[in-house]
Write a protein that binds this ligand. Structure first.
Ligand SMILES: [Zn+2]
Length: 300
């Protein structure tokens, strides 16, 4: 193959498999959406089933990585800044008006703005299909994906290292970078070490933790959020806090991260996946339910 063909092949593979630092790995997004779908009220589950294309066979999680797959398409190129937030180095805080913009300074173009926007769009579902400004299926898939991303601590990271993407290091013996450690390496190492690589067993453990395990007392506080459009601000703030406290802590370029880092960070990753799922369900239940909220959201 020529190098051009090689480049094409790599680009194609990247499109198909979502290779690259695009958010929680496929596994993280799938678990977030599986948790959410299991917590939908019956009438909301029905609406979600209706919005999904037939080939999804009613499984929201099968399309939760779709926004990563299409972000390189010309039509969707505008969505690529919606997967993350760059915050000032070492500030360890998120400020919507300071931080939520794309690289050209366009306001609201970050993952918190995206969650707000697609939440608002879904609030129009009850008005029927007359409003052609909104594609409800896309809004559902984008919201489901971006709720996952906003819970990945390194998706709200420092500007100069692009959320850890430029911090190259080793994960055990393999080359990786800090962003990818949090997107995927911790999840896959957990699956391999404790669950015989069976993601459904890992998911069962996460679910057991919030139903009657270590987090069961916390879940009502996870869904505490009066004004739906303010929820993502809180979630992004938590993520940069965790990024500073756990992800960046003690990490220098070139370091080898192994058991100590894995053991102490794995619970953080599992909890963020659980929180993302529980909160996605809360938002969908409030936005799409029969007693859904009315009136406060305006089109953005
Ligand atoms: Zn993403």
């Amino acid at each position: 193959m020529t190098s051009f063909q090689n480049a094409l092949l790599i680009y194609f593979l990247a499109l198909v498999f979502g290779i690259g630092a695009f958010g929680w790995s496929k596994e993280g997004h799938v678990m977030t959406c599986q948790i959410a779908q299991s917590l939908l009220k019956p009438d909301v589950a029905e609406v979600v089933g209706h919005l999904l294309p037939a080939y999804a066979k009613g499984d929201l999680s099968s399309l939760c990585t779709w926004p990563d797959q299409i972000r390189h398409w010309h039509k969707y190129h505008w969505t690529s800044s919606l997967h993350f937030i760059d915050t000032p180095d070492d500030a360890c805080s998120f400020d919507f008006s300071r931080d939520c913009h794309d690289q050209h300074g366009l306001k609201n173009m970050c993952v918190a703005g995206a969650v707000q926007n697609f939440t608002s769009q879904l609030l129009h579902y009850k008005e029927g299909t007359a409003d052609r400004r909104y594609n409800m299926t896309e809004a559902l898939l984008f919201l489901s994906h971006f709720i996952g991303d906003i819970h990945q601590p390194m998706h709200v990271g420092f500007s100069s290292d692009e959320g850890g993407n430029t911090i190259e290091l080793r994960w055990f013996r393999r080359k990786s970078n800090l962003h990818h450690v949090w997107d995927r390496d911790i999840i896959l190492t957990a699956a391999a070490d404790y669950y015989e690589k069976d993601m459904s067993l890992l998911l069962q453990d996460i679910e057991a933790n919030y139903t009657d395990g270590v987090w069961s007392d916390d879940t009502s506080s996870w869904t505490n959020c009066d004004d739906l459009l303010s929820c993502p601000l809180q979630y992004a703030g938590e993520s940069i806090g965790l990024a500073c406290k756990w992800a960046y802590k003690g990490v220098q370029p070139g370091v080898t991260l192994a058991d100590d880092y894995f053991d102490s960070r794995m619970p953080v990753v599992m909890k963020r996946i659980a929180q993302g799922g529980v909160r996605l369900a809360m938002i969908l239940n409030r936005v799409l339910g029969a007693d859904a909220e009315e009136g406060f959201a305006s089109p953005t």
